[in-house]
Design a binder for this molecule. Sequence first.
Ligand code: BOM
Length: 141
Amino acid sequence: DAEVMSHVTAHFGKALDECREESGLTPEIMEEFRHFWREDFEVVHRELGCAIICMSNKFSLLQEDTRIHHMNMHDYVKSFPNGEILSGKMVELLHNCEKMYDDLTDDCDRVVKVSACFKAGAQKAGIAPEVAMIEAVMEKY
Ligand code: BOM
């Protein structure tokens, strides 16, 4: 559900500042993490993939191979209001996207592709939040 995804994004996005330096993600590429969900934001930059790896590691959401840690991702999403209605769908979407790009050897390149696939899948499934929904819950985190 898009409302739940707005909470997850608002919380996850807080880690961006800590990850800018090591990922090289400039404000010109992405000013605020919530813009990930803008219709006109293209999920294409390698630096964004590096940043998402760094951010995910802050919450132990990845395994050693930079694929999602299924149990930790479930628990993370379930920790938000009504999270249990999104956690299964979200892990499934991410895992299906991972399978599509399994042959990409560069972790940052692969993760940005997986993230773009995840965004498209979420939009198709009607669980992508509006940026305004994320802004409305930002102050909670
Ligand atoms: O195989 C690598 C999987 C990458 C996992 C994280 C993908 C997240 C995409 C960016 C969108 C984030 C929105 C909400 C938080 C998700 C944890």
